[in-house]
Design a protein around this ligand. Structure first.
Ligand SMILES: *Cc1c(COP(=O)(O)O)cnc(C)c1O
Length: 387
């Protein structure tokens, strides 16, 4: 029997044709398909500007740089996320601290954040940037985050690596004015893919210009921006220390083709999630909570099992059946590289308790009902063995 993954891409003939057309053309690296993909994505999300880059990790790094994050400054994020949401601060020389999760939504806890901000204000150690992650595809409480942002003055990055196509209070993710910018990942397990790839969308023109410059070595060729205008047509200038974080035109062609059918991908993910919701009613697992004021993109379908021992046994049993379940996430503060700087077990107890019991069941647009039934049968057997 073939194996079933927790997440994977759905590539169809038209995606292959779109990439092939670029491959046979003149531009392999950044060419005319990049701005087409950027415009289409910005328009889908309802954002003014978009910058395609080589990964969401690169997008986070550029967003932090564009906000002026540097040594001596502080970034906070949820500990229940992929390490990239925190590492971006350290690339800039800034320090990282974490916020515990809301045990209902698994996103960062607004109560924990409010308390931590109040204490930080007294000590004169407020964060400069907060990265809020729409965990599993479920939007954070953006209204509450915006109130805290107004009160404490930090910049706010929305890590929407999981939530492309999700909605919050009638607006699509990417258009939320609550965040200064939103970043997406187009890794193959995410909602749509470009192979490797990421994007920064924003309504802030200054932030947009900064990430555009930094994406490609800090180099500009635009005549109106040059210090020395009398040089020839070969001429360019480096205005800041940037990177090569460009997306390729091949990737952008794949992204553009995927974007045209992302609504179908999202509908399938939501259909499978609803099917899990109803079929799991008779199982001893806690299904994911859904916010009444929006809709999740369902990047992940994390269930909670009775305890860590049951989770370990169920994980091993499903893997043995060829079902590639996964765990999201090992709290970032428990990574050895973070513990070395002083974080310890017990620092964020709700995220740690969640981590002990969570298991991400397979959920992606290429998953068939029959595959999902196989997951459920294997899960039932594993749970019965625990009783
Ligand atoms: C996948 C992911 C990233 C990093 O994405 P890449 O495109 O692989 O760099 C960042 N944050 C979160 C929450 C993710 O899930």
């Amino acid at each position: 029997m073939s194996s079933i993954s927790y997440g994977r891409q759905l590539i169809e003939d038209d995606d292959v044709a779109a990439v092939e057309a670029v491959l046979r053309g003149d531009w392999l690296t950044q060419g005319p398909t990049i701005p087409r993909f950027e415009q289409a994505a910005a328009s889908y999300c309802g954002a003014s500007y978009a910058t395609a880059v080589s990964s969401a990790t690169a997008a986070l790094h550029l967003a932090c740089l564009a906000m002026g994050l540097e040594r001596g400054m502080r970034l906070w994020t949820s500990t229940n996320t992929f390490v990239a949401s925190a590492n971006c601060a350290r690339y800039c020389g800034a320090s990282v601290d974490f916020v515990d999760i809301d045990p209902r939504t698994y996103c960062l806890s607004i109560d924990a954040l409010s308390e931590k901000l109040a204490k930080a204000e007294q000590r004169g150690r407020l964060p400069d940037v907060i990265v809020a992650v729409d965990f599993a595809g479920q939007p954070c409480d953006w209204r509450a985050l915006a109130q805290l942002k107004a009160r404490y003055g930090f910049r706010l990055i929305e890590d929407a690596s999981h939530s492309f196509g999700a909605d919050y209070r009638g607006r699509r993710i990417g258009s939320l004015a609550e965040a200064d910018c939103t970043i997406f990942s187009f890794h193959p397990v995410k909602i749509l893919t470009t192979g490797e790839g990421g994007m920064i969308v924003t309504d802030d023109v200054a932030l947009h210009r900064a990430v555009q410059l930094l994406r490609s070595h800090g180099i500009t060729r635009e005549p109106e921006n040059l210090f020395r205008q009398e040089e020839g047509a070969w001429y360019y200038e480096q205005h800041a220390l940037g990177f090569n974080y460009r997306m390729t035109d091949l990737s952008a062609a794949l992204g553009l083709s995927q974007l045209a059918k992302v609504d179908r991908f999202l509908a399938r993910r939501r259909e499978l999630a609803a099917r899990y919701d109803s079929l799991l009613q008779n199982y001893d697992v806690q299904i994911p909570w859904q916010a009444p004021e929006g809709s999740s993109a369902f990047h992940l379908y994390p269930v909670l099992l009775a305890d860590g021992t049951v989770r370990r046994h169920v994980f091993d049993a499903l893997r043995a059946d060829g079902i590639f379940v996964q765990v999201h996430y090992i709290p970032v503060h428990l990574q050895p590289d973070y513990m070395r700087s002083g974080f310890k077990r017990g620092d964020f107890p709700l995220a740690e308790a969640y981590y002990e019991r969570t298991l991400s069941l397979p959920l992606h647009a290429a998953l068939s009902d029959a595959d999902q039934d196989r997951v459920l049968a294997s899960l039932r057997q594993a749970l019965e063995a625990e009783q």
